[in-house]
Each structure stands twice: as structure tokens, then as C-alpha cells.
Design a binder for this molecule. Structure first.
Ligand code: C5P
Length: 221
């Protein structure tokens, strides 16, 4: 679906780990031709660089340097999703300095005309004036089972309880941290992904988007 050139649409999608926000955001992005950013990749990238760089003299300078020019290639690194990096990411995402350094990238991305950004603080901190704010949730057991099935394909030794424990810990850190904790943004639509399949999800989310477009551009496009 190609939106009229005059349209500007900004969507913020937040939610806990494994809540389905990435899948949902990608579906919306594809349908409406929006630019998509998974902001978690930025935090994962910083965690990865901190874990793999040796002989860093000044951590501050190093952080400034690596966050200044993040390329799309940097964010495609498959190691960003390794269990070690994933675990470390929620630790470094608590740090205000790191969050501030990554703000520029996200704010710049949000300047594009048609955008959807997903993460934890998109509707609350990064783009509080988004046209649509979505908050995805899903019960821990359902999330853990989804992830367990994915991980099992690459690691036969992994157990369901370990996967569940890791997700619970990550969500707890993200929700309890002092700066930019995971919260439902003011005016956000809360969407439970455990009750729908992908097709139903897209139908329901499309209704939210179409209604917003009608409201915002009624009669003018
Ligand atoms: O979304 P994803 O699971 O890739 O995010 C990885 C981690 O990055 C989260 O657990 C969270 O600690 C951090 N994050 C964040 N703020 C965002 C996006 C991700 O703190 N906007």
C-alpha cells in the first residue's frame, strides 16, 4: 500500500522482550511502506562493542566514538543476538549516558516522513508526540515458549526454564530501571499478542492505522 506523498506518519511501538512488537512493527512497516527501526539493535551494538573491544583507555571517549556513526551494517551483525550480548544489553541500557548517546540516532530516524520505531521508551521518551503509540504485551509463558522454539533450532541443550528465567530478568531490569523504564506511554493502545495470529494481528493493527490516517487527513488527501 503506497501512502499519499503528503502523509506523515510516526508510530511508536513499545513492549517487553518477546512481546511480538518487532514482528508486528515489521508487518505494519511492510504494509504501509514505513521506515522501520528496532531500537534494541542500538543498545545491543553498544553492548557488543563493550564486550569485544580490548584496551579501551577512556570508556567515555570510546562510547562517544562508537555511537557517533552507527551504520546499518553494524546493526546486521548476528552476534548482537547471542545470549551473552542479550544479557549484557539490559545492563548497559540502564546507563543514562549511553541512553543519551543513542537518542540522536533515534531522533534523527524519527525525522523521516513515514516511520515506525520499536523499543522500550519510544512512546514515552523518544517520540512522545507520535501519531500512534502501541504497547505490546504477552504472558511470560507464551513468550518463553516462542523463544524456546526459536533457540532450540540452534542450541539443542537449552532448557525452557533457562529461557523463561532470562526473559523474566531482562523485563524486570527494563521495567525497574531509573532512566527511561519500560512503561505504557500516555495514550498508547495496549495490544496482547498471545490471543492473535499474525494475520489477525495485522488486521487489527491496520484498523488503528487507517482510523488515525482518516482522523489526521480527513478530506485533505
Ligand atoms: O528489543 P530488544 O530485545 O532487541 O532489546 C534489547 C535490550 O535493549 C532490551 O532488553 C533493553 O534493555 C534495551 N532497550 C532499551 N530501550 C529501547 C530498546 C531496547 O533499553 N528503546
Amino acid at each position: 500500500m503506497k501512502l499519499n506523498k503528503k502523509i506523515r506518519l510516526l508510530i511508536a511501538a513499545d513492549g517487553s522482550a518477546g512481546s511480538g512488537k518487532t514482528t508486528a512493527s515489521k508487518l505494519i512497516a511492510k504494509k504501509y511502506g514505513l521506515k522501520f527501526l528496532s531500537s534494541g539493535l542500538l543498545y545491543r551494538f553498544v553492548a557488543y562493542k563493550l564486550l569485544t573491544s580490548k584496551n579501551v583507555k577512556s570508556k567515555n571517549l570510546f562510547l562517544k566514538k562508537i555511537t557517533k556513526k552507527i551504520s546499518s551494517k553494524d546493526l546486521k551483525n548476528k552476534y548482537l543476538f547471542s545470549p551473552k550480548v542479550t544479557k549484557y544489553t539490559s545492563k548497559i541500557a540502564k546507563i543514562k549516558k549511553i541512553r543519551n548517546l543513542l537518542k540522536n540516532y533515534q531522533k534523527k530516524f524519527a525525522k523521516k516522513k513515514l516511520v515506525i520505531i520499536e523499543g522500550r521508551d519510544i512512546g514515552t521518551v523518544i517520540i512522545p508526540k507520535a501519531d500512534i503509540k502501541l504497547f505490546f504485551k504477552c504472558p511470560l509463558d507464551v513468550t518463553a515458549l516462542r523463544r524456546f522454539k526459536e533457540y532450540r533450532k540452534i542450541n539443542k541443550k537449552i532448557s525452557f526454564s533457562d529461557v523463561k528465567k532470562a526473559i523474566r530478568l531482562r523485563n524486570s531490569i527494563d521495567t525497574k530501571r531509573k532512566f527511561s523504564p519500560l512503561r505504557v506511554a500516555k495514550g498508547a493502545v495496549v495490544f496482547d499478542t498471545s490471543k492473535v495470529n499474525k494475520k489477525q494481528m495485522l488486521i487489527q493493527l491496520s484498523k488503528i492505522v487507517d482510523d488515525k490516517l482518516k482522523e489526521k487527513y480527513a478530506g485533505s488527501i
